[in-house]
Structures are given as structure tokens and as C-alpha cells.
Design a binder for this molecule. Structure first.
Ligand code: AP5
Ligand code: MG
Length: 199
């Protein structure tokens, strides 16, 4: 987490984690407005592919509507490619929705190894009943009760273990995600200021 490991001179690599509906996208908009990182949301990238009816979109759309995950090899390829682009290299990146599985986290670790590694993973902590309420109010096409239940089950099974993965590397910062958007952002900012000051 400091410049002594070679991160000085390279741009920040920040991950935002949290249950579906915990506010990752909402906080990401505020973070990029303040810090200028490039927002890389794998969910948004997949939804764009669905809208454009690309081959990836055709494969992913059906999985997403059922609340299933898109296979790791596809996701890791997309993210590796995106992180190699100039804007990310220059401004740093906020990864939203990736990694979501341990193989994805391992892939991210190797993709970022030669640029100082991951700086921090912010985990927005919001209880299940609250995220359910938020998603049902939002009404995205995959916000049906069945798909939400499947996504939350996959979260417990595949994504929650990542909290340990990040904690073991001293990269995890848990942020209370309950409260209004500005209150949550205040907590996020406090963590980021500390992390950026130590680079
Ligand atoms: P993705 O788009 O990442 O969806 P998700 O993980 O289900 O998360 P959400 O976007 O639903 O929630 P969010 O945390 O961003 O919350 P938001 O800010 O919107 O992924 C979609 C699908 O793509 C996956 O299911 C999978 O199929 C596939 N996929 C994506 N990445 C993948 C990967 N790496 N590997 C494999 N498959 C992948 O907030 C939710 C609502 O709450 C909003 O309405 C918001 O206005 C409201 N809200 C936000 N903050 C607050 C607050 N503080 N108080 C009250 N309401 C709030
Ligand atoms: Mg989102």
C-alpha cells in the first residue's frame, strides 16, 4: 500500500466491492467526479454489449437476466484489455463489479503486478434486506425477485470469500454503506484520502 513497493509513479488501482444493490455504482460516480479515476464497471460494459447486440452481449445477456455470472475467462480478458488502455494508465482506475470470484482476483493481481498492485478494496457493507429494497425500487431488467435471489446467493458463495482474500493482503477497507449517499461518500472519502496519502 505504499510507494516503497514500487507503486509510486503509477496510477491508483481501487476496487469497490459490496453486495448487489449496495451502492457501488452510485458511489463510483461520486468517486470518479472527485478523484478523476476511470470508472470500469463490468456490469455496465456487459449491458452495453447487450444493447449493441455483440457476440459477447448475446452470451452475457441471458446469463445476466438469470442472475448467473459470466465465465471468469471472458471477464478476465475484457478487464485485462481495458486496464491496458492509456486513460487507465494515466488517471488510475476504479473497478466496480470486478473481481467477483477468487480466480478473477488472482488475475487482477497478476495484471497489476508490474504497476504497483491494487491500492485498496472498499467494501460497502449493507445488509441483505436493505439491498433487496433498493434493487426492487430500482427495477433494472435483472432486478426480478428470482434473479436478485440468485445474485445474492452467488455473492455469498463466490464473492464474499474475496473479503478474506483482500484482508490477507492488508488491502480491505470496510465502509458502512447504510445512510444517505452523501454520508456514505464521506466515509469512502476518508478511506481514500488515507490510502492516497500513503502512496
Ligand atoms: P452489476 O452491474 O455489477 O450488478 P450487481 O453486482 O448486481 O450490482 P448492482 O449494479 O445491482 O448494484 P450496485 O452496488 O452498483 O448498486 P447501485 O449503485 O446501483 O452486474 C450485473 C451482472 O453482470 C451480474 O449479475 C453478472 O451476470 C454480470 N457480471 C458483471 N460483472 C461480472 C464479473 N466480474 N464476473 C462475472 N459476471 C459479471 O444502487 C442500487 C440502488 O440503490 C439504486 O437504485 C441506487 O439509487 C440506490 N442507492 C444507492 N445508494 C443508496 C443509499 N446510500 N441509500 C439508499 N439508496 C441507495
Ligand atoms: Mg452497479
Amino acid at each position: 500500500m505504499s510507494g516503497t513497493d514500487g507503486s509510486q509513479g503509477s496510477s491508483p488501482i481501487v476496487v469497490i466491492l459490496g453486495r448487489q444493490g449496495s451502492g457501488k455504482g452510485t458511489q463510483s460516480d461520486l468517486i470518479v467526479a472527485e478523484y478523476g479515476f476511470v470508472h470500469v464497471s463490468t456490469g455496465d460494459m456487459l449491458r452495453a454489449a447487450v444493447a449493441e447486440q455483440t457476440e459477447l452481449g448475446r452470451k452475457a445477456g441471458e446469463l445476466m437476466d438469470r442472475g448467473e455470472l459470466v465465465p471468469d475467462d471472458i471477464m478476465c480478458g475484457i478487464v485485462a484489455d481495458r486496464l491496458g488502455r492509456t486513460d487507465v494508465v494515466e488517471h488510475g482506475v476504479l473497478l466496480d463489479g470486478f473481481p467477483r470470484t477468487t480466480p478473477q482476483a488472482d488475475a487482477l493481481e497478476s495484471i497489476t503486478a508490474d504497476r504497483g498492485g491494487i491500492d485498496v478494496a472498499l467494501n460497502l457493507d449493507v445488509p441483505v434486506d436493505e439491498v433487496m429494497r433498493r434493487m426492487l425500487d430500482r427495477g433494472r431488467s435483472d432486478d426480478t425477485v428470482e434473479a436478485i435471489e440468485r445474485r445474492l446467493a452467488l455473492y455469498e458463495e463466490q464473492t464474499e470469500p474475496l473479503l478474506e482474500w483482500f484482508a490477507a493482503r492488508d488491502l480491505l477497507a470496510v465502509v458502512d454503506g447504510v445512510g444517505n449517499t452523501d454520508e456514505v461518500f464521506g466515509r469512502v472519502r476518508e478511506v481514500l484520502e488515507g490510502v492516497l496519502a500513503r502512496r
